[in-house]
Ligand binder design. Sequence first.
Ligand code: NAD
Length: 474
Amino acid sequence: MDSKTLQDRINQVFEQQKSHSLNLRTSSADLRIGMLRRLHDWILEHRQDIRDALFADYKKPNIETDITEIYPSLSEAKNTIKNLKSWMRVKRVPTPVTFLGTSAHIQYEPKGASLIVAPWNYPFNLAIGPLISAISAGCTAIVKPSEMTPNTSALIKRMISELFDENHVCVIEGGLEASQLLFAKPFDHIFFTGSPAVGKIVMRSASEYLGSVTLELGGKSPVVIAKDADLKDAARKIASTKFINCGQTCVAPDFVLIHASMRDEFVSYLKESIETLYETDGQAAIDSKDFGRIVNERHFNRLKELITDAKARGAVVAKGGKTDASQNFIEPTVITHVKPDMMVMLDEIFGPILPILDYTELDKALSFINTMPKPLALYAFSKSDKKLSYIFHKTSSGGAVANDCVLHFIHHELPFGGVNNSGIGKSHGHYGFLEFSNPKGVLKQRVGFTAVTPLFPPYNRAKEMIIDGLLKWF
Ligand code: NAD
């Protein structure tokens, strides 16, 4: 599509949706639930099509697509269908003494016309999850899937065109140009999932018309292993969550901080865990059906450079390290003797490379984390609840998990999102509904005045004395 046609198309869909968003303000819970049911059923019926698209994009194993794309989308839809009526219900609030004679409530109005921009790493789930929240809140949505996963993008477009009128939900495909044209439109809300660098562009664009934003970004999510942790258990859980999707997961453990005296034992368990996951019966990880590929050559070269730089500066590749450019393959790789100034420690890795850093005092490890931008997640392993609580209180992160990794992402009742550099706003379940809603505070005057009404001008000494009393009373 040439630039002029793309611009015209975006203008046309935006105007249609902006106008339809006014009709949706009064849409009932039943109507929204009906749409979510149809979306849910489509996903279930087209499970194999979704698997095929993901496999064609970056050889994502079928079962991994089931677990990380299809299951979270279905469960988000089901949870929303079950709870939407209660989330939409008007909430009465208590009346303070000074407001006697009034009543007040909160009603949840849809923000209006929304834009959802998705990344490539979980390209189905991260487009559909926010869409479920937008529909539940009564918003229209333009969805822009990632251009880096074109098969999944085409499938999402097909699904949306089969299920929705264009004036309600519509997919605009494309890369940088499409994103830039979309960000320039005055959406009521933008839900962006991607890198902090592009998140800043989104926020700058939205500031032009003061649109609200949800930014689901990334960062370096640390794992802290305390001296009393079960090392074998920690290694198994860290390996399985780090290397799933080839490490291309926003909440993947990015690096491990471990007491120096325990590092070698932990690394040996880590090697065992990787072998169990991807090298069964002595096969090489490259032949494993269960291990995917890096999404494209640019990211492959970026990751290879991280290994080369670390090795050149004295790090040790304790496991893996092999690459194959012909198929964007990088082995599950563990690197020890890592220093904070190595390239692998400067930015989010987003690939199957796990640096291990030693510490000698837990407090110094936590101080080190606090020198970095706040991460999307923090994982801590310890047998002591007191120590876990200490770690979570001394650090700041979007979310946290004790004695496991990543699982908080699929817990319905938890808000999911980052903090500052790793994101703004929360998603999933009720939090996703709230993100696309304006909780409008409504006050109803019932008797014609409140306790403060007599205090309006003209001011005089008597009123001042009443105020003196009131200020002391409250
Ligand atoms: P990205 O920021 O490069 O791209 C995301 C989207 O922004 C794409 O649709 C792309 O077309 C668009 N885009 C890219 N460059 C742009 C520009 N200069 N101007 C306007 N739009 C632009 O992110 P990605 O590489 O697709 O995904 C990886 C990142 O996403 C990682 O940082 C990861 O941590 C993060 N992520 C976060 C979450 C979360 O839930 N917090 C989930 C998955 C991924």
